[in-house]
Structures are given as structure tokens and as C-alpha cells.
Design a protein around this ligand. Structure first.
Ligand code: SME
Length: 151
């Protein structure tokens, strides 16, 4: 196993122990954001946007102040929400329609979050100040951690 996957596994165990005190998914997501943001050095912004009346509204985050509402149907978060798939952007300047909440963000990964019925209702957005910061291992690690939501 790579050192990055091993690190995600350690964070998974840590987060699992923290979140067991409540089934509230917003509390669980906030805890995931806090642990991930402070333990993964390349994470510059870590937060959740939630679908509300066909808008994407920020729910909770760690990092600098970011957009409260994302312009309709453009950018990386909307791409992940609409496709239902993780979107990894190695260079945000190359992503048509990318929404720049902070000019320091250089690369980004957005993972859709599903409810118990499998419907996408939100996304976890992670930005980095480094180009090309995210790969399939990050996706696997984050998806495994998100699977704890309904544990
Ligand atoms: N870059 C995102 C917007 C959210 S910020 O990165 C915090 C997007 O294009 O959807």
C-alpha cells in the first residue's frame, strides 16, 4: 500500500472514532473536513456545498473565506453534482467555467455525496495551492471516509 493510502486509512480510523457520538451527517461532515484539512498538508480549502432548490450553497468548511453560492451549472462542483462522479482538476485554469473563490487554489477535487437512497445531495470540495495535487488514491481515500457518513 502507498504511504498516501496508508495515511488515508489512519485518518479513516481516527474519523470513525470521532463521529460515532452522533448520527447527524452535518456534524460528521464537519468533523471529516476538520480532520482532513489539518492532517493533509496539501489541502488549502476543504468544504461541503449542498444542493438547495437547484442552488449550490456552502454548508461548512475549513480554510479561507469562499463563495457562499456557486454560479449556476458551471464550475467543478456542478460538474461533480451533475455527473455523479468525482472530478479531479489538475490545473483549475484549464477547466472551462471553473469558479475561483480564491486565486491561490491551483488544483481541485470534488467528490459527490449521496443520501441513503443513493441520490446526490452535496459534494465535498478540496482545493490545493499546488498544481496536480489529487489523484485516484485521494479519490479512493476520500470516498472511503465519506462512506462513514451512514456507519
Ligand atoms: N472551484 C469551485 C468553487 C468552490 S471553491 O473551490 C471553494 C468550482 O469551480 O465549483
Amino acid at each position: 500500500m502507498s504511504s498516501k493510502l496508508a495515511k488515508y486509512d489512519r485518518l479513516y480510523e481516527q474519523i470513525k472514532s470521532y463521529i460515532l457520538t452522533t448520527e447527524d451527517i452535518w456534524a460528521r461532515l464537519a468533523t471529516m473536513e476538520a480532520v482532513l484539512h489539518h492532517k493533509m498538508q496539501s489541502f488549502f480549502w476543504t468544504g461541503v456545498y449542498v444542493l438547495q432548490d437547484d442552488e449550490l450553497i456552502v454548508r461548512s468548511y475549513q480554510g479561507p473565506v469562499a463563495c457562499q453560492k456557486l454560479r449556476h451549472h458551471t464550475g467543478v462542483c456542478w460538474a461533480a453534482i451533475r455527473s455523479g462522479d468525482t472530478v479531479i482538476v489538475p490545473d483549475v485554469e484549464q477547466f472551462p467555467g471553473h469558479i475561483a473563490c480564491n486565486s491561490k487554489s491551483k488544483s481541485e477535487m470534488v467528490v459527490p455525496i449521496r443520501d441513503r437512497n443513493g441520490e446526490v445531495f452535496a459534494c465535498l470540495d478540496i482545493d490545493s495551492e499546488q498544481l496536480n495535487a489529487f489523484d485516484k488514491e485521494d479519490e479512493a481515500g476520500i470516498r472511503k471516509i465519506l462512506s462513514l457518513l451512514y456507519d
